[in-house]
Design a protein around this ligand. Sequence first.
Ligand SMILES: *Cc1c(COP(=O)(O)O)cnc(C)c1O
Length: 435
Amino acid sequence: MLNNSSPTCVNQSKRKMWNIKCSKYALGSKNTIRSIWQAKLITNPDKFLISLSVGDPTTFGNLKASDETIKAVLKSIESGKYNGYAHTQGHEFARRAIAKYSAHQSSEEIKPENICITSGCSAALEYSILALAERGQNILIPRPGFCLYQTLTEGLGIQVRFYDLLPEKQWECDLQQLESLIDENTAALVINNPSNPCGSVFSKKHLEDILAICEKYYLPVIADEVYEHFVFPGSKHYAVSSLSKNVPVLSCGGLTKRFIVPGWRTGWVIIHDRENRIAEVAKGLRSLCGRILGSNTLIQGALPDILEKTPQSYFDSVIDILSENANLAYGMLKKIRGLNPIMPNGAMYMMIGINIEQFPEFKDDTHFVQELVNQQSVFCLPGSCFEYPNFVRIVLTVPKEMIEEACARIAEFCEVHYKVDNTIIENNLLGEIPY
Ligand SMILES: *Cc1c(COP(=O)(O)O)cnc(C)c1O
């Protein structure tokens, strides 16, 4: 017989109506970029829309996954071996393939048990944050920065604190300001290198300076390295973990950007912890994988071939396209009065500063972006999506002709709305040198 005498069940008042509330966690999970994309845009009907806002390299069809990548998945499907569940961290052979592919990240051998395969790099970041931070704690994230860090964190009651990146220093961190944010409740430092939205690539020295701060304050690093290897000729990317002597690093990566398959939702987190300083966190990460019974196994079946067989020439050709687009856009935008583009060294984006006071019709970057869509049908993301007003971000993955056309339209738009600083004109009329 059921004995239902548990005290919580007795004499409890019952609901009298449908009064169902949403959890704070769900309501607190906001993704600003997705909301802007999904909003209705009013464009100029005489001009076709050029969207420079979508950070999805497959959008225009000019960048495609390699043949090797596609074949690997076909083989995985046809084998019939990858329809079942895998280990919640992912098939061991797939993790071994990731360890081999990521060998440069560590001077020590990466063990498969220290890898979790996740549903995209986003889930790798989510697990890392969940494993390291607790309600009431804080994590440090870059400004400007990828808005997902906030999306993942705020609903959990974990505070985000922004450390500043400096445009005049190629978007290096303001180390002093970063250090001033740290307190005993700081759970982790998020480093995104190469950066979305800046396209910047940190030097070895700068990463070592950051690691020295982490060492001083016992601060583990979450390294968002989804753009690893994605650097233009002349730049070099260093994995944070490869430079860390003993600061623990959770390195998050995936297939999404480099292999141009964002929809496949395949990412991973690699635990680098040679001194066993975060052994408990590693255990927690493994437990988190059990929550959704692991990630997509079809792609896991294909991972060894994808990671080993995709030729260097494929990656080189993608980088060539992006760096050519970066040069083209930079050259055109640099000439426009009132704009200040910052040349990227990697990833797929460029940030453009707007001297908003020289466009007095517009109250801020969002207004500027809106009018640019209305009048020229060119859609960029306002810097405020990245907590960085008076900038806009463009993506460099669009076909060259579109970049050219978009920059020409931006030039026309700025020419129409640019207002010369009146004080300079007056000084000129008085015959004085304005500087
Ligand atoms: C695209 C992106 C991600 C998300 O990658 P998914 O594998 O699609 O989840 C994470 N971090 C940064 C900086 C990105 O730009």
